[in-house]
Design a binder for this molecule. Sequence first.
Ligand code: PEP
Ligand code: CO
Length: 453
Amino acid sequence: MTVTPSTWTPSSWREKRALQQPEWPDAAAAAAAVARLAGSPPLVFAGEARALRENLAKAIDRRAFLLQAGDCVESFNEISTQRIREKLKIMLQMSAVLTYGATLPVVKLGRMAGQFTKPRSDAFETVNGQEIPSFRGHMVNSEEPTAAARIPDPQRMIEGYNQSASTLNLLRAFTKGGYADLTQVHMWNKDFVSSSPEGRRYERLALDIERALAFMAACGIDLTAERRLHEVDVFTCHEGLLLDYEEGLTRKDSLTGDWYDCSAHLLWIGERTRGVDDAHVEFFAGVHNPIGVKLGPAATVEEAIELCERLNPLHVPGRLTFYARMGADHVRELLPPLLRAVRDEGHPVLWASDPMHANTIRTADGTKTRRFDAIMAELEGFFGACWEAGVWPGGVHLEFTGENVTECLGGADDVLEEHLANRYETLLDPRLNARQSLDLAFRLAELMRDGVR
Ligand code: PEP
Ligand code: CO
């Protein structure tokens, strides 16, 4: 299969309007950083991206479910074994809940190892009366609120590449080296979670899984020989926002001769940069990775169809995922026309819900937060809209962390407004904490079961 248009090159996006790009103060230094990336080993491999695409194809027609989750934005200052392990743990826990609860394989896709850039609604912000450029993620500038710290520095792309490489290295070790072994299902339950109602519910589920494994062993099945019980595939993704970086990591696959963006397995195009004639769509039309696109409340049927035609002209299942991020109050009304139009045109799209980004609110003191109930309400609306259109609701895209932070309101944990300041650590958007994430997974499994019945 080849999707690359004949006029395409890794740098043809430069002829188009590129939104949300930093203005590097020194163009030569930026070009040197891109050249350095272009000479560095790929972070992921084309064959892995193809494997993810095949898994996503299964999630289109009810044979799998996509769990895509991670930080809103990763931080250069927080890379540590413990944090990566905690994120992986909660992902494995949620997957166990979903796999067992809905008896479906879960495709695990971490917003990790490269989620270092952010689109911003405002290019500037006012701090202590001074107007300074906005923070755009550690691959561009620093979050420190001074004009100097906000100057884009292309060396940060190299640092981002290095941090991504070490994160991936650890992820590969954890997922293939015993940590993700299904016999460890109890160990994924963290101390501060295990004593909570969700944690206890999880313990019961883990016992059931253990019993099922013991039953199979008693039937004579050699569990040690079954690789899938001992290893998992965790794929990586980030918003493909910073096109200098993505271009620098794009390689021609020696096996197929096709282009792949080897910075991550899946790249998605954000709500602010998805114009069909703009640079991001131009760039991602030419690489063969699985691609995602966010669709917010303003998305039209025409735009959705044009994106399908531009990004997946050959109708390859698993190539294109749409994330609906409409808001809890609008999803039931705004999503069905898009679902029907794409379905009627015969485009094989994986529909997933991002219940986070259109449900962000500010408290009276200006703190950015999200209500757990609004997140659940958007998910319920998404499932309802999909069932009605005869489309499989194939996945979720979440912002979460394995830590016990207080950034989103509510949940079984009942984080209240006065608790937000206790552990509010995100660099940008509020994330679900470990308990809220586990709670969400149980409710999601119920939603899936209800729909299948
Ligand atoms: C994000 O996923 O962090 C994001 C910025 O999303 P969106 O493009 O949907 O606003
Ligand atoms: Co975000």
